[in-house]
Ligand binder design. Structure first.
Ligand code: HH2
Length: 284
């Protein structure tokens, strides 16, 4: 198994196994599936970011629009109005943080970068807005390219694949090529199978089990299963914010298969699990 690292490790004592990087989720929305409405106030959002950084997150992923199944897009001005004050505040208060903007709109990404964001998380893998690749190339910043089947409103209605792992892998390989052809530096590309985005429980499990197939493309891989509904289906835990143990299980399995970025809400639990996993993997 190949593990591609794009940033220094921040978890665990060893130095043989490349260290994982924790990406703390900060949704500045009224309706995100697990933390909707909690962080609309910029002061509360910045305090949450500080807590996640203190718990071991290196990156804070700020989103101003939910992409949960069934969600409708919000107007761009509203998205910008939610995220910019929060980004400014985090950047001012915590220069140690890397702020990532979770958006598929080039205008939002541009405004966020202007406000201090240094990374872009695009759930459409540069497919939704033709200007996004140019914005990322110009900023020379890392970009997360995520796989999604369809769009949030309808993606969970009846997702079908002949071979989910092969199709997600081929899509991500093509998107990485597209990004690089548009001027994004190869070292700035991060791939993400898009857990829960147009996927059944079985699709999510197959993608986790065969994550090596995506790691083998040679780019760092981000895994984002935190609190998602398939974990609730397996464990019976209905309340999203209580799905910490199930999330941690996916984090450890994904790390073992070569993922290096973990997008999580519950930073401390995931960091501790990763530190133990890394200590074992360091034994070789
Ligand atoms: N998952 C969500 C949102 N953005 N980005 C990437 N790259 N990978 C993911 O798996 C991913 C993502 C959904 O989770 P959340 O942000 O907690 O919820 P919501 O979309 O309802 O705001």
């Amino acid at each position: 198994m190949r593990r591609t690292e794009s940033s220094p490790d921040n978890v665990g004592p060893g130095d043989r196994t490349p260290g994982p990087t924790l990406v703390g989720v900060l949704n500045v929305t009224p309706d995100s599936f697990s933390d909707g409405g909690d962080f609309l106030d910029p002061g509360r959002a910045a305090a949450r970011a500080a807590t996640m950084l203190d718990e071991g997150a290196r990156i804070i992923d700020v989103g101003g629009q939910s992409t949960r199944p069934g969600s409708d897009p919000v107007p761009a001005e509203e998205e910008v109005g939610r995220v910019i004050p929060v980004i400014r505040r985090i950047v001012a208060e915590r220069p140690d943080a890397t702020v990532c903007i979770d958006t598929y709109r080039a205008g939002t990404a541009e405004a966020a970068i202007e406000a201090g964001a240094a990374m872009v998380n695009d759930v459409s893998a540069l497919g939704a807005d033709p200007c996004m690749a140019g914005v990322v190339a110009e900023a020379r910043c890392p970009v997360i390219l995520m796989h999604m089947l369809g769009e949030p409103k309808t993606m969970q209605r009846d997702p079908r694949y002949a071979d989910v792992v092969r199709e997600v892998r081929e899509f991500l390989a093509e998107r990485a090529e597209h990004a690089i052809a548009a001027g994004v530096e190869e070292r700035n590309v991060i791939l993400d199978p898009g857990i829960g985005f147009g996927k059944t429980l079985e699709h999510n499990l197959a993608l986790l089990n065969d994550l090596d197939a995506i790691v083998d493309l040679g780019f760092p891989v981000l895994f984002g299963a935190s609190r998602k509904s398939f974990i609730g289906r397996i464990t019976g835990v209905e309340e999203a914010r209580d799905r910490i143990s199930g999330t941690v299980a996916t984090t450890v399995l994904a790390y073992e298969r070569g993922a290096t970025f973990f997008r999580v809400h519950d930073v401390r639990a995931n960091r501790e699990a990763l530190a133990v996993a890394r200590a074992v993997l360091d034994l070789g």
